[in-house]
Design a protein around this ligand. Structure first.
Ligand code: ZN
Length: 226
């Protein structure tokens, strides 16, 4: 989408030699390993981001199933993992979060959460989560004068809608913590300075998945200290 290409036509192909992929080359992770990471036509190296993200998306699907079993929530959870996986790739590769993707998942969750709200949350709670996610980051973007991107603001609105307020705030906390730890790590090994920009999307994705899968356990654990 960031390259202004259709996601349907032309079908999957090598971006270098344009050769269309054969059915056997469309198997996630395995095709990459069999081809030893190179296009069978022009031998150009394929980015390891493909098998890594395919593997992580598959792992996310399995974890969602283990957490929510054969329920509608598992279907919703797999869509959520898909959204976060797309966001991660787009932010890492193009430093942007595509509006069309956000809009598609926003509409899906808006309808699906009406029928299948999360746990004992009400539909209104999901709408409040959406408003909270948007407003909090909108204000942050204004205060930091664009230090936080508009894409992050819209993404948090979609995440807030999906998760409802409690898990949204846990997501904000976890993604900031993950991002800060990574920043400190880069500073420590001198790969970054205090002025460096790091894409926040992958940390939002990691925080959101963690909150979604283990949030209630984390909140219970935290409250046990009081
Ligand atoms: Zn090729």
């Amino acid at each position: 989408m960031p390259k202004k290409q259709s996601i349907i036509y032309p079908p999957s192909h090598c971006p270098t030699c344009k050769r269309r992929l054969l059915p056997g080359e469309l198997i996630p992770v395995i095709s990459y390993l069999l081809a030893k990471g190179r296009c069978k036509g022009c031998k150009t190296a394929i980015s390891p981001l493909y098998p890594v993200m395919e593997g992580l998306t598959g792992l996310g699907f399995v974890l969602v199933y283990l957490r929510y079993d054969l329920t509608w929530e598992t279907l919703l959870g797999m869509l959520f993992v898909s959204l976060l996986s797309i966001i991660t790739v787009a932010d890492l590769t193009y430093r942007l979060i595509p509006n069309k993707v956000l809009l598609l998942f926003f509409l899906l969750f808006l309808v699906m959460r009406f029928f299948w709200p999360y746990g004992d949350a009400s539909y209104v709670a999901h709408l409040i989560g959406m408003a909270a996610g948007f407003l909090f980051f909108f204000l942050l973007a204004v205060i930091t004068r664009g230090g936080m991107g508009g894409g992050d603001t819209k993404l948090f609105a979609v995440i807030g809608m999906f998760l409802s307020p409690t898990l949204l705030f846990l997501t904000v906390f976890l993604s900031s913590a993950f991002g800060a730890l990574y920043g400190l790590f880069l500073l420590a090994i001198r790969r970054a300075t205090r002025k460096s920009m790091i894409p926040f999307g992958p940390f939002i994705a990691l925080g959101a998945v963690t909150a979604y899968l283990y949030g209630s356990a984390i909140v219970d654990w935290y409250l046990s200290f009081y």
